[in-house]
Design a protein. Structure first.
Length: 247
């Protein structure tokens, strides 16, 4: 593991079926690479996002360390009598955007997000400006733009990030997610905006004196913002910063 990620080893004869019935994405691609997915509440709200890959006869789940204890507790609650065992993996995760080392797997969210490697030793940081990459492609981060028990994954862009499958069948929170996909037009969501100046993460965005959203990660004159689309039609402010959305 690394300082901010925890790797959970999931084994047992029922491991794949167990996960397939819980998470937002289809596990069918897990043998050839990484699968990006989330676990939701029954009400369709985000609990945790993670990467999964097949390894050593089981599945390695790569999750933010801050969310790992709650995720393990939730998975243990769901497993009942299934033949599934959860343990902390001794592997380390490394990531980068340069030439991929042997065994590295492409990040499924976006080609520019490089690769992830699961190995016995961690590789040194390659200096990638991850915030700038995330902002450029509007890729939310666990605990920043993705807020447990609050975020909805479609508003966070999970369809674009290959983190949800609408053909896989049931999973926890599937009914709400499918209804948002097929029966409503999204009125709010994460977008990339231009920003002049800076403001704290979490600052309220206003437009014409009305609340229009929330400001998040900022890098190189751009930022990720959660906006009410109907109010984000002109110049906006957050603290001392000025924002423009070209949606």
């Amino acid at each position: 593991m690394s300082a901010d990620r925890t790797l959970i080893q999931i084994t047992g004869s029922d491991a794949r079926d167990f996960l397939q019935n819980l998470i937002t994405n289809d596990l069918s691609g897990i043998d050839g690479g990484l699968v990006y997915a989330a676990l939701l509440t029954p009400q369709g709200k985000y609990l945790a996002d993670f990467f999964l890959t097949a390894r050593d006869g089981g599945i390695v789940l790569d999750v933010a360390t801050a969310l790992a204890p709650g995720l393990v507790q939730r998975l243990n609650m769901y497993k009942l009598r299934a033949d599934v065992q959860l343990s902390q993996s001794t592997l380390h995760v490394s990531r980068g955007t340069g030439p991929a080392p042997d065994g590295a797997l492409p990040d499924p969210r976006h080609p520019d997000m490089g690769w992830r490697l699961y190995s016995d030793t961690a590789l040194p940081d390659d200096g990638t400006d991850w915030d700038a990459l995330r902002v450029a492609h509007c890729i939310p981060e666990t605990g920043v733009e993705l807020i447990p028990n609050d975020s909805f994954i479609l508003e966070a862009g999970f369809e674009r990030l290959h983190g949800v499958d609408f053909k896989k069948g049931c999973y926890v929170g599937q009914e709400v997610t499918a209804r948002m996909k097929h029966k409503t037009e999204l009125r709010k969501g994460l977008v990339t905006v231009d920003i002049t100046g800076t403001a704290p993460v979490g600052a309220e965005i206003t437009a014409a004196g009305k609340a229009a959203g929330t400001l998040y990660t900022q890098a190189q004159g751009r930022a990720i913002a959660y906006l009410r689309f109907d109010r984000a039609t002109g110049p906006m402010t957050a603290g001392d910063a000025t924002l423009t959305w070209h949606g």
